[in-house]
Design a protein around this ligand. Structure first.
Ligand code: DAH
Length: 339
């Protein structure tokens, strides 16, 4: 019996050594260790082994089974390793990796960052207010009468509870003055909403940048100097800036600001870019009524305000012909602005 077990073992090791594929491995496992395998058959002979030899034969049986199992496992691992090596042979791990596409900032974000950084250098702090506004903050406090066209249902998105989507960022002027006392020097970039017919120059959601400066003795000269400097920083020192008298309910006097850019190639022409003016004392009176103090006493302080369309700034800065390009998220368009 012991001799038979030894010969099963040596036969098995020879067979396993010669195996070179998975099916051969499986065949050998079944042939030696399977239900009808040689070792299984041999172990049935244990019954006939005299008692005093059972222990030795049992040990031998275990030893042979362990040896065959180990040989099968080792062969299995070797076959897997050979297969892996072959699969990796066609891969050159020293090649540099393919570069991944990198995202970039939206053109509006570029313009916004640039505008904000110029104004912050001039001492303006960032302020914000809600996009869902009360009529009071959006209109009444800004001296805009009930019958003003901007308050019309056909121009403004109203909610059933009487609130509205702010039609301009000027409401942030009021929000700021409710909380802070002068001197106040803020800019408020943000979204604004109007029920406009959508075309190349109008979207129902757009972006503005508001500014407000309130202090003792703020004058028109401060306003002009601030905006001239701002636009020349943004578009170049040769940029011409023109103030044209206009009307806004919340400023008096009011102006529209036009720019003439001296960019290469194009014939320079005036383009309208912003609204501005000296804060109307009626606005300070409204704010004072709400605050219940004299911090914004129109006899004591004065201020200037301005507002401009950021989308329009982006169109000018990058020569974008159609506003809708800014919201379509076409990577062929957006990819041109990644720096
Ligand atoms: N809110 C105005 C608009 O949306 C722009 C504007 C004009 C803002 C004059 C101002 C200002 O602060 O002083 O058309």
């Amino acid at each position: 019996m012991l001799a038979e077990l030894d010969s099963i073992k040596s036969d098995a090791l020879i067979v396993i050594e010669a195996i070179n594929d998975d099916s051969g491995l499986e065949e050998a496992r079944v042939g030696f260790l399977g239900k009808k395998g040689r070792l299984t058959a041999a172990s049935a002979g244990m019954r006939d082994v005299p008692k005093d030899q059972k222990k030795d034969v049992g040990q031998k049986l275990n030893e042979v089974r362990t040896a065959i199992t180990a040989a099968l496992d080792e062969k299995g691992a070797a076959l897997t390793a050979t297969r892996d090596t072959a699969a990796f042979a066609s891969i050159d791990a020293t090649l540099p990796s393919r570069s991944l596409p990198q995202g970039g900032l939206h053109p509006l974000t570029h313009v916004l960052n640039e505008a904000v950084s110029i104004l912050r250098r001039m001492g303006f702090a960032l302020a914000e207010g809600p996009e869902i506004e009360t009529e009071w903050h959006c209109f009444d406090a800004l001296n805009t009468p009930e019958d003003h066209p901007a308050r019309n249902e056909s121009d403004t998105f109203y909610f059933e509870n009487g609130k509205l989507l702010r039609t301009h960022t000027s409401s942030v002027q009021i929000r700021t003055m409710e909380k802070e006392v002068p001197p106040v020097r803020i800019i408020a970039p943000g979204s604004a909403f109007r029920r406009d017919e959508i075309d190349a120059t109008h979207l129902s959601a757009f972006h503005q940048l508001e500014g407000l400066y309130v202090d003792k003795k703020v004058t028109l000269a401060d306003l002009k100097g601030t905006l001239e400097y701002f636009f020349r920083e943004l578009f170049g020192s040769k940029t011409e800036v023109r103030f044209r008298p206009h009307f806004f309910p919340f400023t008096e006097p009011s102006f529209e600001v036009d720019l003439k850019l001296h960019a290469t190639g194009k014939a320079a022409k005036w383009i309208e870019i912003a609204g501005c003016g000296i804060v109307d004392p009626a606005v300070f009176s409204e704010v004072s009524g709400k605050r219940g103090d004299l911090a914004y006493d129109p006899e004591d302080i004065s201020g200037f305000a301005f507002g401009m369309g950021l989308d329009r700034l982006a169109m000018i800065m990058y020569g974008i012909p159609d506003l809708r390009l800014l919201i379509e998220n076409d990577v062929r368009f957006l990819g041109q602005f990644t720096k």
